[in-house]
Design a protein around this ligand. Structure first.
Ligand SMILES: Nc1ncnc2c1ncn2[C@@H]1O[C@H](COP(=O)(O)OP(=O)(O)OP(=O)(O)O)[C@@H](O)[C@H]1O
Ligand SMILES: [Mg+2]
Length: 232
């Protein structure tokens, strides 16, 4: 039997006031992602992928339904509790890397962790170097991030997301700005995170070929999942 790391029951999300003019972006969505599973959410633009991911990642708490991350019920938690869960459990990778351009790669990786965890700079530095090494970019540690290629910058963003040793990695179109080779590299990293570190991975992507390299693809249309609990 597999154990769920991410569980969502009957999620409905409206944008705007809940009246005639409001828009139903998610319509009674339920899903289960097992521990150590690499799942992808795919579907047309506007189908609700990002909206769902932001709810599952504790960034949005205005919805109907219930979400659990590793048996902790998010629904009903206040902002402070949600941000604690995000820091402890989750690493998030965005389409845009949001690195500080003039800061070094190492500083970009360690500064958010230092701020959020209260761990000493020395310890954070060691951890950051270890992450960069695992990703094969430790030789870039002292470079200003703006001097890196797009693919390298996205790998730095992944290193930053790994700093707190999160059990879950989520990403919204992490290859949206990358060429083919770098996109494949990013997905290869996700597969390694699953197989070597037993992370649970949930990634939104438009890319059909990349999606097929995950354990499972969840298809969305008009705020619904087309293939609930269908394993490929
Ligand atoms: N803040 C918002 N206010 C109003 N409507 C919104 C808001 N955010 C998203 N929507 C609407 O909800 C629907 C789902 O949006 P969402 O961003 O989740 O789609 P998506 O599947 O991620 O699309 P894309 O592939 O283009 O990123 C869309 O119709 C969108 O216009
Ligand atoms: Mg989106």
């Amino acid at each position: 039997m597999t154990i769920a790391m991410i569980e969502a029951h009957n999620i409905t999300k409206y944008f705007g006031l809940k009246n005639k003019k409001s828009f139903k972006a998610l319509d009674n969505v339920s899903l289960n992602i097992s521990k150590g599973e690499f799942a992808v959410i795919s579907g047309r633009s506007g189908s609700g992928k990002s909206t769902l991911l932001y709810i599952l990642s504790a960034m949005d708490n205005s919805y109907e339904g219930t979400v659990w991350l590793d048996d902790q019920k998010l629904s009903g938690m206040n902002d402070r509790e949600l941000s604690r869960i995000r820091n402890r459990k989750l690493g998030f990778v965005f389409q845009f890397h949001f690195l500080l351009p003039h800061f070094s790669v190492l500083q970009n990786v360690l500064l958010p962790a230092m701020k959020n965890s209260g761990i000493s700079e020395r310890e954070c530095r060691g951890k950051a170097l270890e992450k960069l090494q695992w990703l094969g970019i430790e030789h870039l540690a002292d470079m200003p991030s703006q001097k890196l290629s797009g693919g390298q910058q996205q790998r730095v963003a992944i290193a930053r997301a790994l700093m707190n040793e999160p059990d879950i990695i989520m990403a919204d179109e992490p290859t949206g700005n990358l060429d083919r080779q770098n996109s494949e590299l990013v997905f290869q990293i996700f597969r390694r995170l699953r197989s070597e570190k037993n992370k649970t991975i949930l990634v939104v992507t438009h890319d059909k070929d990349l999606a097929q390299t995950a354990d499972r693809v969840i298809y969305m249309e008009d705020g619904k999942i087309l293939n609930p609990d269908h394993y490929l």
